[in-house]
Design a protein around this ligand. Structure first.
Ligand SMILES: Cc1cc2nc3c(=O)[nH]c(=O)nc-3n(C[C@H](O)[C@H](O)[C@H](O)COP(=O)(O)OP(=O)(O)OC[C@H]3O[C@@H](n4cnc5c(N)ncnc54)[C@H](O)[C@@H]3O)c2cc1C
Length: 339
């Protein structure tokens, strides 16, 4: 079977990838979304009791209303909304297919500029496209502390739910939203929680309705906090830390390292996209989202590299429209003529 050449291959079915697919479909472009996991796989792996920070209207894609009785929707509602959006628009999404590498090639008669190597159920495949969009997010790549014991079975870089930690000693490492939320949920589910943070206070970026809650739990002694303290080693029952008073061991049945995430530059570098070595942000035009490699676009949170607090669903959902306009212009079509 000859591999079809797609006008557009979109990597990742998160909110940004799905919004790009809707824009492509509405413009009549031949596209396909390749998603390595489930639909909106990052949100699917968020904490089970998570409530979005933003109101539902700011999470909408393609103008489809996100209806909820709550001020801010839950993770479960988010999953249902993005399933519904995918069904409503009949988006072409292939799940369980991971993009492993992207190579540029001199366009032949079919105009294919990209060879995209993928794996699905251990089967490798090479797809071809004239344009590609990497909307792969950052959530699959935690920031490691790189301390001994980080790979022990009771250590996790993702927090999912608190029930299993009832009556256990838990160390949560970090000082931003994820650490604050995990510490509060674990404490309320009956765990004895110690929050360890390398800085001398919690981050100002913690949401205004979460920060006083965690600060007051620390003040009253319900959650123990070790500020200005770094983890040196994780052992089977303890975490070895160094703080203002020197070295100490904190008992721990479970350890959550809530130290953030970063995008993986490997797909970019293989295709010749320049990536800033400090920020891991791909070089791109802020208007069109096209990188230094013609036809290679970026969308969603991956755009800002390690600075994961700059692009959210709220603003990343508009990238797809800009990308589709740029592709249409490169084909000599005036995008306005389509509206
Ligand atoms: C706990 C938490 C709460 C949040 N709350 C909010 C909020 O309230 N409001 C808000 O606006 N933002 C929120 N965010 C941030 C928001 O979730 C992200 O900004 C958003 O998910 C980014 O969307 P995206 O489509 O760019 O990436 P993602 O949602 O991460 O989607 C990327 C997709 O690409 C797939 N993928 C990755 N690599 C490959 C590959 N090689 N091949 C194929 N597929 C691949 C992934 O499986 C994933 O499905 C929150 C984040 C967290 C962690």
């Amino acid at each position: 079977m000859t591999e079809p050449v797609r006008e557009l291959l979109i990597f990742g079915a998160g909110p940004a990838g799905l919004a790009t697919a809707i824009a492509a479909q509405e413009a009549g472009l031949d596209y396909e979304v390749l998603e390595k996991g489930a639909l909106v796989n990052s949100i699917y792996h968020f904490p089970r009791h998570m409530i979005f920070f933003t109101t539902a209207d700011l999470l909408e894609i393609g103008g489809l209303p996100f209806v909820t009785p709550y001020e801010k929707p839950t993770q479960v509602e988010g999953l249902r909304y993005y399933r519904r959006a995918t069904e409503t628009y009949g988006l072409r999404v292939t799940l369980g297919e991971q993009v492993k590498a992207v190579r540029t090639q001199r366009p032949g008669r079919d105009g294919a500029r990209f060879r995209v190597e993928t794996v699905r159920e251990e089967e490798t495949r090479v797809r071809k496209a004239r344009n590609v969009v990497a909307s792969v997010g950052y959530y699959d790549h935690p920031n490691f502390l790189e301390v001994p014991g980080e790979d022990l079975p009771h250590v996790a870089h993702y927090y999912y739910e608190p029930h299993g930690c009832w009556r256990q000693q838990v160390v949560v490492v970090g000082g931003k939203n994820s650490a604050a939320i995990a510490a509060l949920e674990l404490y309320r589910a009956g765990a004895t929680v110690t929050l360890v943070h390398r800085r001398d206070r919690l981050s100002d970026s913690i949401k205004y309705w979460i920060k006083p809650d965690v600060e007051n739990r620390i003040k009253e002694g319900s959650i123990a906090a070790r500020f200005g303290t770094c983890v040196e080693e994780i052992r089977r029952d303890t975490v070895l830390v160094r703080g203002p008073k020197g070295r100490d061991e904190i008992p721990a049945d479970a350890v959550y390292l809530m130290t953030g995430y970063h995008p993986d530059p490997v797909l970019f570098e293989g295709a010749g996209v320049k990536v800033d070595p400090d920020t891991l942000a791909p070089a791109h035009d802020p208007q069109s989202l096209e990188t230094n490699v013609p036809g290679f676009y970026v969308a969603g949170s991956v755009v800002s590299g390690k600075n994961t607090g700059r692009i959210f669903i709220e603003n990343g959902r508009f990238h797809g429209e800009a990308i589709v306009k740029s592709i249409l212009r490169s084909r000599g079509v005036n995008p306005r003529s389509l509206s």
